[in-house]
Design a protein around this ligand. Structure first.
Ligand code: CA
Length: 229
């Protein structure tokens, strides 16, 4: 559940905003003074801050600047005066949105949702890539080290899995048996490049519909293999 901080000294407005946001499924906290709001915004984790401009102790300009210095939390600034909004924009304090009071609570809710979605998308794109490779009917989950062919899970040994994953991560490239052997078996002294051939055969039996006409791992005669995408 997304948590929202409202920094607003007018109690009636703060309560109205809170009611609407809670009805929309948000968890809401109110700070009715600038200094309290600033402390909360900096020390606690919120998904979004609704920030009034004119506040006792510390005003909205200062709060916006200090929060933005340290955090990327989306901030919607509100003010009774249109002129103030223009001033905030001009200062480039880094607020994400501005609203002039009075506004309808439903408009506030709509904007809050829009900013949260946008923010979550941004955050999401910064996360590590999905560790799953999907090529036609073949799905490889690198984290769980599991393989599915057309929805059916196939058991893979460690080396078979490493070899298949390496091939799938280097698609459309011809990889020599020697290269594959060094890459997958690396420090181990046992085996030779014939091991690669044996493992490719086993992998094909698991992933190919017809091993005589492989659709994934193609043999490049005299050289090695190529994973077709
Ligand atoms: Ca105020």
């Amino acid at each position: 559940m997304s948590k929202i901080l409202i920094i607003e000294d007018e109690e009636a407005i703060a309560e109205l905003e809170k009611d609407y946001l809670e009805l929309s499924g948000f968890e809401v906290e109110i700070a009715n003074r600038g200094d309290i709001g600033l402390k909360k915004a900096l020390e606690e984790e919120y998904d979004l801050v609704i920030l009034d401009l004119m506040l006792p102790e510390v005003d909205g300009f200062e709060i916006c600047r200090q929060v933005r210095d340290q955090k990327n939390t989306p901030i919607i600034m509100v003010s009774a005066k249109k002129d103030d909004i223009d001033k905030i924009r001009g200062l480039g304090l880094g607020a994400d949105d501005y609203m002039t009071k009075p506004f309808s609570p439903s408009e506030l809710v709509a904007r809050v949702k829009a900013h949260l979605e946008r923010y979550n998308r941004l955050i999401g794109s910064g996360r590590p890539q999905n560790d799953t490779i999907e090529i036609r009917g073949l799905k490889i989950d690198k984290t769980a080290r599991r393989v599915w062919v057309n929805g059916e899970e196939k058991p893979f040994t460690t080396k078979e899995f490493d070899l298949l994953t390496f091939l799938a991560e280097n698609p459309n490239r011809v990889l020599t048996k020697d290269e594959l052997f060094r890459k997958i078996w690396d420090m181990e002294s046992v085996g030779d490049i014939a091991t690669v051939t044996v493992h490719i055969k086993k992998i094909r039996e698991k992933i190919e519909f017809n091993t005589a006409k492989p659709q994934y791992i193609e043999t490049i005669w005299g050289v090695g293999y190529r994973f077709k995408v």
